[in-house]
Design a protein around this ligand. Structure first.
Ligand code: PMP
Length: 393
């Protein structure tokens, strides 16, 4: 009965596109590493950008709350799941973002799907960068609004589409601030100007910039002085914060609307209160520990420059996501296996996560990596690049 799956899986495997789960485990006392089977690998595939995953203050807060609040929240937030730690966290989030209000979601995927569905529907249009995260794409599909996909960071194309859809009821422009598979940033000044000119709403996904940019890690929009231009700010707690969950910040009206309309918030059980308490501690650390941001940015610059000197095209910028595009799927898999042989965990990213023909190794850095670890890694990456013909020797 299910033969069709076997057939399609075989076709995926044939194109080096089948995915499988590999177990990983943390290495006690070595936050920049991961265990794969018996081997300890330098972890260049984690989103724990600031090195907070194992922070004792966060863990202790979770443990204490677990004992008081229990293992789960027991219900949706609109029923009896809205425990006290939520209020503390949302007040702290709004103060951090200098917004009127904030709302916690189960994760970034649920936040994007919920917000987009709540803000756009039939007769509306959502303008979305071609390389935006899959959760944004899924949110648009579920919203039933028209999906106007503009070429990556191409503001002329966006303007063309805005003109074409001038008469639509509501217009929403959405962008990742730092693109998750490329590590480059969106032209936020231009997006803010277009939003004004065309009377659209602007939503940003700061999943990969929250905690990293801005004087207290508020994100890229704050760093650029654009936070007041943004109607909907979204970010995750699963990356820089080292925990899990997501937030949306904005006006009181926006948050009231989302409480009434965002389906993943309404129809799903609230996060365990212990987790919410842990996030509050992570938020305090994100704001206070400026050195983590500085170290991460220095590490990102160093790693880009080392790979650039080795002959890879890694682009400019200082985000912690550094892709090495190798092209075909099989080479990407072989590159990743060779890296594991050299003691480095760095996964191959293949279509449909990235466009056809742009399979890559996506390196992601953390504040806990040392210069020495990064330069040793860059030397191994170069050697493998030459061996696989990705680089000329
Ligand atoms: N947005 C972006 C840009 C992401 O990269 C991710 C996670 N990969 C998400 C949203 C989803 O966040 P979460 O993992 O918290 O569901």
């Amino acid at each position: 009965m299910m033969n069709w799956m076997e057939k399609e899986l075989a076709a995926l495997a044939e194109q080096a596109l089948e995915r499988s789960l590999t177990s990983s485990a943390p290495v006690p006392g070595r936050p920049g590493y991961v265990m794969r089977g018996e081997r300890m690998l330098l972890n260049l595939s984690s989103n724990d950008y600031l090195g907070l995953v194992g922070h004792p203050v966060i863990i202790e807060a979770m443990r204490e709350a677990l004992l008081i609040e229990g293992a789960g929240s027991g219900a949706s937030r609109l029923v009896t799941g809205n425990r006290l730690p939520y209020r503390h966290l949302e007040e702290a989030l709004a103060a951090w973002q200098k917004s009127e209000a904030a709302l916690v979601f189960a994760n970034g995927y649920a936040a994007n799907v919920g917000v987009i569905q709540a803000l756009a529907g039939r007769g509306d249009v959502v303008f979305s960068d071609q390389l935006n995260h899959a959760s944004i794409v899924d949110g648009i599909t579920l919203s039933r609004a028209e999906h106007a996909r503009y070429r990556h960071n191409d503001m002329e194309h966006l303007r063309l589409l805005l003109n074409k859809h001038r008469d639509k009821r509501r217009k929403l422009i959405i962008t990742d601030t730092i693109f998750s598979m490329d590590g480059d940033c969106a032209p936020l000044h231009e997006l803010a100007a277009l939003k004004q000119e065309y009377g659209a709403m602007l939503m940003v996904d700061e999943a990969h910039s929250g905690g990293i940019y801005g004087p207290r890690g508020e994100g890229l929009c704050h760093k650029l002085g654009l936070s007041d231009e943004v109607d909907v700010h979204m970010g995750t707690f699963s990356k820089s914060f080292g925990v899990y969950g997501a937030y949306v910040s904005g006006s009181h009206t926006l948050i009231r609307w989302l409480i009434n309309k965002a389906r993943p918030l309404i129809y799903s059980t609230a996060l365990p209160p212990s987790l919410v308490s842990g996030i509050s501690q992570a938020l305090a650390l994100v704001q206070a520990d400026q050195w983590r941001r500085e170290r991460l940015i220095a590490a990102s610059r160093l790693f880009r420059s080392l790979l650039g000197k080795a002959g890879f095209e890694v682009g400019s910028g200082d985000s912690p996501i550094v892709p090495v595009i190798v092209g075909d799927n099989d080479t990407a898999l072989r590159f990743s296996s060779a890296l594991a042989e050299e003691g480095i965990a760095a996964v191959a990213i293949r279509p449909p996560t990235v466009p056809e023909g742009t399979a890559r190794i996506r390196f992601s850095l953390s504040a806990v990596h040392t210069d020495e670890e990064l330069s040793d890694a860059a030397a191994s990456i170069r050697t493998i690049g030459v061996k696989l013909g990705v680089l000329k020797s």
